[in-house]
Design a protein around this ligand. Structure first.
Ligand code: NAD
Length: 260
């Protein structure tokens, strides 16, 4: 379905981004990976996707906290593939603390990676997409783009910002064949959430599996984690013709979290 298309997925060396990269590669898209990690692990991911799906897979180590790196990431895809059709803004970080204890440096870091990078990459990618007459901007926000949880001030503020930015970009491009949507996952078992489970187990003096169960059931009525494969499937759908008139939407994949 996506043969001849190319995609940048930010933060695709781990978790949800890696799952979305895999799903887009499986549909034939060329992929530019991004994110941090050990060089051998990243090379193994890159070479593995290229071999399994017969697509071009490249890697760029842009630090999305830096505006000029965001721009370089988009330019690299345009130069290497001759086009950038799909931009998945997925990279994200978390810091958990009450507002009065929240270090300002962590606030700045979360806002830079989770929100400002989405502006910088989108700004860089839009002119090419509009000129070529097709584009898909997919922002991995969160249920925390729509509701709050305590001790996540920067994350919740950034994700609400991503949802707002998604709507503005959708409106500004509504008459063009470029769509912009936000995916809003609930709990997904990735390193970002494993760290929160470990912290909960330590704080409450309970085993990790019990902390995992409590964390899940507190918010996500299904009692099941959303999987990276499910999110990859949604990203593929948003790139399909069936989704051509979906824009400015926030799409929860949250086991009923927002239905409460
Ligand atoms: P993860 O920690 O597994 O992956 C995060 C990725 O972002 C990694 O590849 C990491 O290297 C990259 N990254 C972090 N800082 C970066 C920077 N400065 N520059 C470039 N890359 C950077 O986390 P995940 O759970 O897969 O999260 C992916 C996205 O999904 C995030 O935006 C997160 O907020 C969102 N999300 C996650 C969950 C969940 O339950 N896991 C739920 C809702 C939303």
């Amino acid at each position: 379905m996506l043969k001849g298309r190319s995609a940048v997925i930010t933060g695709s060396t781990s978790g949800i981004g890696a799952g979305i990269a895999r799903a887009l590669a499986a549909q034939g898209a060329d992929i530019l990976l991004n994110g941090f990690g050990a060089a051998e692990a990243i090379e193994s991911l890159r070479a593995g996707l290229a071999a399994e799906f017969g697509v071009r897979v490249l890697y760029h180590g842009a630090d999305l906290a830096r505006a000029e790196h965001c721009d370089a990431l988009v330019r690299t895809a345009e130069e290497a593939f001759g086009r950038l059709d799909i931009l998945v803004n997925n990279a994200g970080i978390q810091h958990v603390a009450r507002v009065e204890d929240f270090p300002p440096s962590r606030w700045d870091a979360v806002l830079a990676v989770n929100l400002s990078s989405v502006f910088h990459t989108t700004r860089a990618a839009l002119p090419g997409m509009r000129a070529r007459g097709w584009g898909r901007l997919i922002n991995v926000a969160s249920v925390h783009g729509l509701v709050a949880s305590a001790e996540k001030a920067a994350y919740v503020a950034a994700k609400h910002g991503v949802v707002g930015l998604t709507k503005v970009v959708a409106l500004e491009n509504a008459e063009s064949p470029v769509t912009c949507n936000a995916i809003c996952p609930g709990w997904v078992l990735t390193p970002l959430v494993e760290a929160q489970i470990a912290a909960r187990a330590a704080r409450e003096g309970i085993p990790v599996p019990q902390a995992e169960r409590e964390l899940l059931l507190e918010k996500q009525p299904s009692g099941r984690f959303t999987t990276v494969e499910q999110l990859g499937g949604l990203a593929v759908f948003l790139c399909s013709e069936a989704a051509a008139n979906i824009t400015g939407a926030t799409l929860p994949v949250d086991g009923g979290w927002l239905a409460r």
